[in-house]
Write a protein that binds this ligand. Structure first.
Ligand SMILES: Cc1cc2nc3c(=O)[nH]c(=O)nc-3n(C[C@H](O)[C@H](O)[C@H](O)COP(=O)(O)OP(=O)(O)OC[C@H]3O[C@@H](n4cnc5c(N)ncnc54)[C@H](O)[C@@H]3O)c2cc1C
Length: 577
């Protein structure tokens, strides 16, 4: 399914315009398109560039939310975990979670056990309909000796054992989000990255009394070409995540405008990507609560450990949020406090990369960002005098489908869409467009990618890599490499990166990538694996320059700018070199 970007689309009329191409906006667009209405999704930067690409990478129930008695959120999340696994199993993987219990643990071991038991009970249907390779076992208890074998770096003093359960790794959230964008487009949505909503277009509604207005469209800017456009829309859905209140500011500031009663609690979440803690790394994810009381998830990912998150309330705009040295040392201190004496502590020199995202939490009085609910909220601004406008707040990657379903139900039954014909759509039973089929085991297809195609110029590991990332579209990558063997070359000499140049070309021709960072950070995997060198950026840029109309000078300028941007970000958390 090719993603195109056509500026003439901005001259058309839509039933629904969705602002924000994170997982929330994408799921809303998919749901609306599935129901057959005319929908345009606009994203000011690139699809998934915001919080949705800065997660802990789990599709999970959120076991720790049980401490806050959030049984509803946990049950909904566990249901959604199963539904997403049925829809896109090639991009998900089951992971064993090890939750250590020390004598000093808080909550105490018996309570952790009760929590794990309840978690498993709330996920009672976890294997229903799942393909064989995605089924998981019931929770169990490991003795200290077993923990020592399985997690050799963990502090064994006062260790009573560990609870073991399963959650689902979102192996490449950026690619899964893109796959959902493609699915929306396959159902008729139009999706445009690098288009920013700058103003609502409104008209007065004198017969509604007071200062009532109706939103009739959105003024947008094409951030690539700079053009200004006015998109007409019967309804607008503000799915700007942590930018949600900033998008609404224009309306709350209008003369006589009342507050829309919506605010977002922003919380910064940082992860670090580090070297493994022990040789012969296992695939166990450790979810530990350190003596300091801080939680940390230590997750094996692509030959590294992905560790986080932090949770720090912030006041800045999400555009200005950066990972700082104190965020990194905070995380490293927490992990190091869970290590045994034989394991070398992690230092900033061991950090390969850092990610930062902003949680868009619902404001709840009396709660901090850690205890604030991860539930989602749908706001209809009609009762505040702004008609045809809806905003979505809170939520999780895991539950975004449910939020999209609820939002579409509300928007499609709103007065503004009266008379618009719709068709039935059930996203609970819809696979992603590039998946191998709903509820179908991807394993035989991935095996076929490796065992068949032996005449391909790509080796077996690369074939598996592209089949996992691109699902049914992987033969296109094989064809590209066959048509021009230079495209079969690796993007990097680092053995942890399996990307090839054909992926960069495909990103531009079929996946709407326009900037270097769109390609390396969200179409390929290289940008998520650590520092990207100038040479690697150059290789990618040279492969796509002709397609994007970049001259040699322009290509070098872009490579320099992207390299400088990445170095500047790195310098904020790696101040000593
Ligand atoms: C550190 C961290 C770890 C997390 N881990 C997990 C996890 O493991 N599992 C899980 O389920 N959830 C997790 N979450 C929560 C989850 O990531 C978020 O709930 C989810 O990604 C929010 O998606 P969103 O689409 O609402 O926001 P975003 O992904 O931020 O998308 C909003 C988009 O709106 C765009 N936008 C803003 N203004 C405009 C405008 N004017 N015009 C056009 N576009 C605009 C932005 O560019 C952005 O792309 C985590 C969150 C954080 C911060």
């Amino acid at each position: 399914m090719a993603l195109r970007r056509d500026l003439s689309w901005l001259d058309d009329d839509y039933d629904v315009v969705v602002i924000g191409g994170g997982i929330t906006g994408v799921q809303v667009a998919r749901e609306c398109a599935g129901h057959g209405v005319r929908v345009l999704l606009i994203e000011k930067d690139d699809f998934g560039q915001g919080t949705s690409s800065a997660t802990t990478k789990y599709i999970h129930g959120g076991i720790r939310y049980l401490e806050n008695y959030e049984f509803g959120v946990v049950r909904e999340s566990l249901r959604e975990r199963r539904l997403l696994t049925l829809a896109a199993p090639h991009l998900l993987s089951q992971r064993r979670f090890v939750m250590p219990a020390w004598r000093w643990s808080k909550p105490p071991t018996a309570l952790i056990g009760a929590g794990v038991g309840l978690y498993s009970a709330l996920g009672y249907d976890h294997n229903r309909g799942l393909p064989r390779s995605m089924r998981s076992r019931l929770p169990r208890w490991w003795s200290p000796a077993r923990v020592a074998r399985e997690v050799p770096w963990l502090d064994r003093s006062d260790l009573q054992g560990a609870f073991v359960y399963t959650d689902t790794l979102n192996v490449h959230p950026e690619r899964l989000l893109l796959s959902l964008v493609k699915s929306a487009v396959a159902d008729g949505a139009r999706a445009m990255n690098h288009v920013e909503a700058v103003e609502f277009v409104t008209e007065p509604l004198p017969n509604r009394g007071g200062n009532a207005i109706a939103v009739t469209g959105v003024a947008v800017v094409d951030r690539v070409g700079g053009g200004h456009y006015t998109v007409r829309a019967r309804t607008v859905v503000n799915a700007a995540g942590p930018w949600m209140d900033l998008v609404l500011e224009q309306l709350t500031r209008r003369p006589g405008g009342t507050s829309l009663g919506v605010s977002v609690r922003r919380s910064k979440g940082v992860h670090v990507l580090c070297r493994p803690l022990s040789r012969g790394s296992t695939m166990n994810t450790v979810f530990a609560r350190a003596k300091s009381g801080k939680h940390v998830v230590i997750s094996p990912w692509q030959d590294s450990l992905f560790i986080g998150p932090t949770d720090t309330p912030i006041d800045q705009s999400p555009d200005d949020v950066r990972a700082l040295e104190e965020d990194v040392t905070d995380l490293l201190d927490t992990v190091n406090s869970t290590l045994n004496a034989e394991t070398a502590p992690l230092t900033v020199d061991d950090v390969r990369d850092v990610t930062v995202g902003v949680r868009p939490l619902i404001v709840e009085s009396g709660k901090d960002s850690y205890t604030t609910s991860r539930r989602h909220e749908l706001y209809n601004h009609g009762p505040s005098g702004v008609h045809n406008l809806f905003s979505l707040g809170g939520g999780k990657w895991t539950t975004a489908r449910a939020l999209g379903e609820e939002a579409a139900r509300t928007v499609l039954s709103s007065a503004a869409l009266r008379g618009v014909s719709t068709r039935p759509f059930n996203s609970r039973r819809a696979g992603v467009i590039d998946g191998f089929g709903w509820a179908v085991d991807p394993q035989p297809f991935l095996d076929e990618a490796v065992d068949g195609h032996t005449n391909s110029v790509l080796d077996a590991a690369t074939r598996r890599h592209v089949a996992t990332l691109y699902g049914t579209e992987y033969p296109m990558l094989l064809q590209l490499a066959a048509s021009d063997p230079t495209l079969g070359r690796p993007v990097s000499n680092d053995r942890r990166c399996a990307d090839i140049l054909a992926q960069a070309v495909y990103a531009v021709t079929d996946e709407a990538a326009l900037e270097l960072s769109d390609i390396v950070d969200r179409r390929l995997t290289i940008g998520t694996l650590g520092e990207v060198s100038r040479d690697e950026l150059q290789r990618v840029a040279d492969a796509v320059a002709g397609l994007l109309g970049w001259s040699a000078d322009e290509t070098d300028r872009r490579v320099d700018a992207e390299h400088a941007r990445r170095r500047a970000r790195r310098a904020l958390w790696r101040t000593n070199g």
